[in-house]
Structures are given as C-alpha cells and as structure tokens.
Design a protein around this ligand. Structure first.
Ligand code: HSE
Length: 401
C-alpha cells in the first residue's frame, strides 16, 4: 500500500455505533481519500435507509472476495464471527483494522503468527481505550525503557456510570440507561459492569507493554455490579472515589501480576479526576517515571477516529512489530501470587471465611451494612471469583495512598 495518493477502498463489517461513526467521519474528511466500497451487515434494509449511497450486503464473501477492496475494517460485536473475518482477510493478504477486543484477547498469539506468515498488517488501536493511542505508544515510544506497570480506567461506560453516581447522585439504573443511550455500553452491558471489557483490553495492553500473552481466564476480574450506597459512603468518608481499574504490573522479583477490579482511588492519583466516559492510563517505566494518557474511551466518534488512524497507518505500511515479545532480557512470568489491602462489604461470616484474610485492620457491623478492611491474596480471589459474585459481595482494592 505504498501509493499514498491512491483512493483506498474499504470493506467494512458492521454498521453499529463505531461503523456509523466511521461513515460520518469519512464524510467530514474527503481528503482522507478513503471509500467505503462494501458494507457487510445483518440487516441491509435498516442500514440502507441510514446510508442510501452505500452498498450493503449480508454475505461476507461479497466483501472479502471483491478484488477492488484494499483493506478490511471489522467493527462487529460477535467475537467468533470477527475472528473468522479477520483470519480470512489475513489469509487473502488483505490488511485488517479491528476493534474487537474480546476476539483479540482470546486469539492474539495465533493472529500474530498469521499476520507474520502472510506479511499482512493487523492493527487494533481502536480496541483498547477508544481514542487514546495507547497500543502504538507502547509499541513505538515506551519500548526502550524498563516497563513497570500499565494501570488505568479501561472502560468508558462503567466510568461514566460511576461518575454520574458519585458526582450527580444519579441512581445506578438511570446512569446505565444514559450510558446506553449515548452508545457507550456493549450490547451485553455485563461485559462493561463486571469488568470483562476492561480485562480484554488489559490482556492486549499487557502483551504490548511486557511481551507476554496471558489468557483472560487466568486474570482475576471483578466489576461494580454489586456496589451499593454503603460502598459509596465508605469511599466518600475516606475522601476517595471508586474506579474500575485494570492493572498489569511487574513485581520487584520480576513476575507479571494482572487484575481488574474496583479500586478506592485517592485524590493524589491522576485517575481520580478521570471522569465520565473518559479512559485514563498511567504507564510507568524505570527511567521516565509515570506518564498519563487520557481521552474518550467509548462512543462512536472517538473510537472511529482511532479506526481512521489505524487505516492511515496501514496506508503508510505500518505494522506492529511486537518488539517486547522478542526482548533479550527474558519475559516476566505471569503470577497471581500477590498480597494486597482490600475493602470488602459482605453479608455473612461465611463470606469472610471464603476470602481467607491474612489480617483484618478495620471491621464495621451495623444493621444496614458490614465491611472489613484487610489483606488478601489475589490467587484466592481468582479461585473464588464466582462465589464472590453469587454472594453479591463488593470488593475494592484499597491501597495505602
Ligand atoms: N463498552 C466499551 C466501554 C466501549 O464502555 O469502554 C469501548 O470499548
């Protein structure tokens, strides 16, 4: 794709929030010289009315086998179908841009291999943190320092909901409704609220930051579904905010620890002021210290601008080199063995036994609520994750500062 002046013909899969966003964006930037040649969707009639001049089809092969198409953009919801589209495109040596974080988080190793075999680019900056160019920064800019951690708010809709509850006193249900209206939520909102969407993004970021692929099933993931008013009260009393955080961190003894869960964030942290649908990622390296990337993490227009940026990068023959995976110094080993302080609101004494506290430093019991603060091990939390949810326990990391 070295002819930069040539009009690039795009085969688009999906015309949902981000697909439509891309369509609107391309109308505003004709100088980008990009044309949506064919669009594959489930319901042609519905979308044809929205964009009469586009050619819609329900047949993926009409797009993949069109000899005029230069590049595929995959923006559908279904991870299995997305996997088939992406692999079929790469096999045809058609470069692909995808935003499907679930598909990437489950298939990255084989996709990396396939793109290398086929010498064809697969770019996906739009899959993690919407408009923030975090993957390309990890690949190109932060690849020379000793990486310590990548931590942040990776899900826009849960942050939006938390902000509305904390700052405007909105109910959980009302904030959820608004997030849906604004197009921030996944079609299955439990992906956002229970932390899975953050997990998928974290797996992608960890691969680019540390060169290690970690299967999502190995990572403790817990969301904000069971948060209630007493948790908000606790956070306020301690002058903290509850944020859903994804964290990948190298321990001093060289292991890689990862997790997604609510954190009680103090005012002195960058991400304390990261509100609404914004995402914020703090990248820490040995020599540069900390850097904070912030931007809109959800919504059709911000995410489609990341898609456009990936399309442009392909036009200039850019591809991820996965430099960290080939690092000379050896790669950190993934581990869940980490002891840390948590706040836990629970219902019965049996709930507490389940958590196997190493120590308890604060305990509160009233008619309305009961909570403890103490140290637990991440491996224990991972082992009991489903029981925590079944028992509607709320748990948040509660760091000292
Ligand atoms: N549902 C996702 C979020 C969309 O809220 O962050 C962007 O990935």
């Amino acid at each position: 794709m070295t002819n930069h002046k040539k009009t690039i013909k795009i085969g688009l899969f999906g015309f949902g929030t981000v697909g439509r966003g891309l369509y609107q964006l391309l109308q505003r930037v004709p100088e980008a010289n990009l044309v949506l040649s064919r669009v594959c969707v489930r319901d042609v009639a519905r979308h044809q009315a929205e964009a009469p001049e586009l050619i819609f089809t329900t047949d993926p092969l009409e797009v993949l086998d069109d000899p005029d198409i230069d590049l595929i953009v995959e923006l559908i919801d279904d991870a299995d179908a997305a996997y088939r589209i992406v692999t079929e495109s790469l096999r045809r040596q058609l470069p692909v841009v995808t935003g499907n974080k679930k598909m990437l988080a489950h298939h990255l190793p084989e996709l990396i291999k396939l793109q290398q075999e086929m010498q064809t680019a697969l770019l996906y900056d739009a899959s993690a943190c919407g408009s923030i160019p975090v993957i390309r920064n990890l690949e190109e800019y932060y690849d020379n320092d000793l990486q310590i951690s990548v931590k942040g708010i990776l899900n826009g809709s849960s942050n939006f909901i938390l902000s509305k509850i904390f700052n405007e006193g909105m109910s959980h249900a009302e904030a959820l409704r608004l997030a849906r209206e604004l197009g921030f939520l996944e079609s299955d909102p439990t992906l956002d609220l229970d932390g899975w969407d953050s997990l998928f993004k974290l797996v992608i970021l960890a691969l680019h930051a540390f060169g290690v692929y970690v299967n999502p099933e190995r990572v403790f993931t817990y969301g904000i579904t069971h948060m209630n008013d007493s948790d908000i009260l606790f956070a306020r009393e301690k002058e903290r905010r509850i944020k859903l955080i994804g964290l990948a961190e190298k321990t001093p003894d060289g292991r890689l620890v990862m997790g997604v869960m609510p954190h009680l964030i103090s005012r002195n942290k960058y991400i304390y002021s990261c509100e609404d649908e914004f995402n914020g990622v703090v990248i820490k390296g040995l020599f540069y210290g900390k850097q904070f990337l912030v931007g809109r993490g959800a919504g059709g227009h911000p995410t489609s601008s990341a898609v456009l940026s990936d399309i442009s990068a392909i036009r200039y023959d850019y591809f991820y080199r996965y430099k960290r995976m080939h690092s000379q110094g050896g790669l950190p080993e993934f581990s869940n063995d980490l002891s840390f302080r948590v706040y836990v609101r629970y219902n019965t004494e049996a709930d507490l036994e389940l958590l196997k506290f190493e120590d308890i430093t604060e305990r509160y019991i009233s008619e309305e609520t009961r909570y403890v603060v103490g140290r637990v091990n991440l491996a224990t939390l991972h082992a009991i994750r489903n029981e925590l949810a079944e028992r509607k326990i709320f748990i948040a990391a509660y760091p000292a500062d």
